[in-house]
Design a protein around this ligand. Structure first.
Ligand SMILES: [Zn+2]
Ligand SMILES: [Zn+2]
Length: 222
């Protein structure tokens, strides 16, 4: 008897000088996959896909910051695959990728996604279906990808282990961010593990206990 493979597998590749967690996810039934937030270091990303034996079929983007999507337009052209995400409210961030790239020392290229995403949309990767959750605050067009059967979320810069996303950028909004975390992420369940944009993984339950910004005890104090 053989054990059933989990339907989704993932590998995290930190990229760019900002050590942004690019996530390679793939469908084990079809060995087709996607990069979420291909910010840069494209040869390393290609090597990770080759090592896993995965054929990349699309690029997904959580939000328009240079470390998350500076390399996305370039990689999409190299691989001949479409780009899905983020929400169109991040169009102004994507429009400045060239300029931000020069400032951060990351190769950045402006792109037009093949599909902008909205709250309640789904995206497919092989046979996998991921839910799209619009979580504004860090940027107005930030989206989170959630694979319910795996209890896994890729949250970009919305939430970190022990912290939350910055909201001091143009169109950032602290109240929106707290709302998105507590009203849209917590209901996904405490057992849900999440990959954040920078640093180690965590679970929603762990953050609800201990995160100094959004723990239940902290928010109850108002
Ligand atoms: Zn960001
Ligand atoms: Zn980031």
């Amino acid at each position: 008897m053989t054990e059933a493979l989990p339907p989704l597998r993932a590998a995290i590749v930190p990229v760019t000088p900002l050590q942004q967690n690019c996530t390679l996810i793939w469908c084990t039934a079809t060995m087709r996959g996607a990069f979420i937030d291909a910010g840069g270091d494209l040869p390393r990303l290609q090597a990770a896909a080759e090592k896993a034996g995965v054929t990349i079929e699309k690029l997904l983007v959580t939000h328009g910051h240079i470390d998350h999507c500076g390399g996305t337009g370039i990689l999409a052209e190299q691989l001949g695959v479409p780009i899905e995400g983020p929400h169109e409210a991040d169009r102004f961030w994507i429009a400045r990728l060239d300029e931000d790239g020069r400032n951060y020392g990351i190769e950045g290229r402006v792109f037009e996604p093949n599909r902008w995403l909205g709250d309640g949309d789904t995206v497919t990767v092989g046979n996998l279906v991921l839910d799209v959750i619009h979580c504004p605050g860090h940027t107005p067009g930030h989206v989170v990808f959630h694979h319910a059967p795996s209890q896994l979320a890729i949250v970009g810069d919305v939430l970190f282990q022990g912290s939350i996303g910055r909201t001091d950028f143009p169109m950032g909004n602290h109240a929106d961010l707290i709302d998105a975390i507590t009203r849209k992420l917590w209901p996904l369940g405490g057992e849900t593990a999440f990959v954040c944009g920078h640093g180690p993984m965590s679970t929603f339950a762990h953050e609800r206990r201990s995160n100094p910004f959004v723990a239940d005890s902290v928010l109850a104090r108002g």
